[in-house]
Design a protein around this ligand. Structure first.
Ligand code: FES
Length: 89
């Protein structure tokens, strides 16, 4: 199963140092970029991460990044018509 492209751009979020977050890797969460449990049955699991610094971060929504949970620019390679659909580069 492929991840769903939640959007073809990253989302800016404020993160708190030392707090654990669960990044959605399946693309099916309605609470992007975080997991809401919608991955059940997809084979995907969320990515737990704890930022070292507080502040704004750009998290991946296209689910193609190689530096999850952070955007690496891969969304530029995702065709706009694939938003909301399963896709992998
Ligand atoms: S909802 Fe996508 S990983 Fe949990």
């Amino acid at each position: 199963m492929k991840p769903v492209v939640a959007d073809n751009k990253p989302i800016a979020v404020m993160l708190e140092a030392g707090k654990e977050y669960h990044f959605c890797r399946c693309g099916r969460s309605r609470n992007q970029p975080f997991c809401d449990g919608s991955h059940q049955g997809t084979g995907f699991t969320p990515l737990a991460f704890t930022p070292a610094e507080s502040g704004e971060a750009y998290l991946c929504q296209c689910k193609q990044t190689r530096t999850a949970p952070y955007c690496d620019g891969s969304h530029h390679k995702v065709p706009p018509e694939m938003v909301g659909k399963e896709f992998s580069l």
